[in-house]
Design a protein around this ligand. Structure first.
Ligand code: GNR
Ligand code: NI
Length: 166
């Protein structure tokens, strides 16, 4: 297993729209293992392939207290959404301790494939629902900061540029 390098905003590759996965093979399984290791090493609750410069539709996630319930979702699709939750987001690709509140669906039904190729459907809420929406944004080339006002985006850009100079 190996730690993967995480792309950081404003790297333009984070804007790539990922392509569907067509085959679940050893290479994909190895990449998934590396993504778990990378996600845990950075104390993340989720990690999208896009963030490690792989432009295919899959992500890893673990929203458990124990941090021992790794999940991978391949070709994820949200089939329904319900309600609204307004909560803090952070992102391993944004860094700089930047966090702000974003409006998301409160509950959703997710369809996806696991590493055995089995299709499952899952009802999620709270942090799990937030995380899925956040990771699916990555697969579509979006970052949580895109959901903030222009003014806030400008301030974040300045803060990150300053942090990079120091
Ligand atoms: O680790 C993460 N925590 C988090 C907190 C609130 C909302 C979303 C997230 S996802 C983030 C890891 C990450 O950047 N995944 O893409
Ligand atoms: Ni993120």
């Amino acid at each position: 297993m190996a730690l993967l390098k995480i792309l950081k905003f404003p790297n333009p590759r984070l804007r790539t729209v990922a392509e569907p996965v067509h085959a679940i093979d050893d290479a994909l399984r190895r990449t998934m293992d590396d993504m778990y290791e990378t996600m845990y090493a950075h104390h993340g609750v989720g990690l999208a392939a896009t963030q490690v410069d792989i432009h295919r539709r899959f992500f890893t996630m673990d929203v458990s207290e124990s941090r021992k319930e790794p999940l991978c979702v391949i070709n994820p699709e949200i089939i329904s959404k319900e309600g609204v939750q307004y909560d803090y987001h952070g992102c391993l690709s944004v860094g700089g301790n930047i966090s702000d509140k974003i409006k998301r669906a409160a509950k959703l039904r997710l369809r996806g494939m696991d590493l055995t190729g089995k299709i499952f459907e899952w009802d999620l809420e709270e942090l799990a629902a937030i995380c899925v929406q956040h990771e699916m944004d990555h697969l579509n080339g979006l970052l949580f900061i895109d959901h903030l006002s222009r003014l806030k985006q400008g301030r974040i850009r300045e803060k990150l540029e300053k942090a990079n100079r120091e």
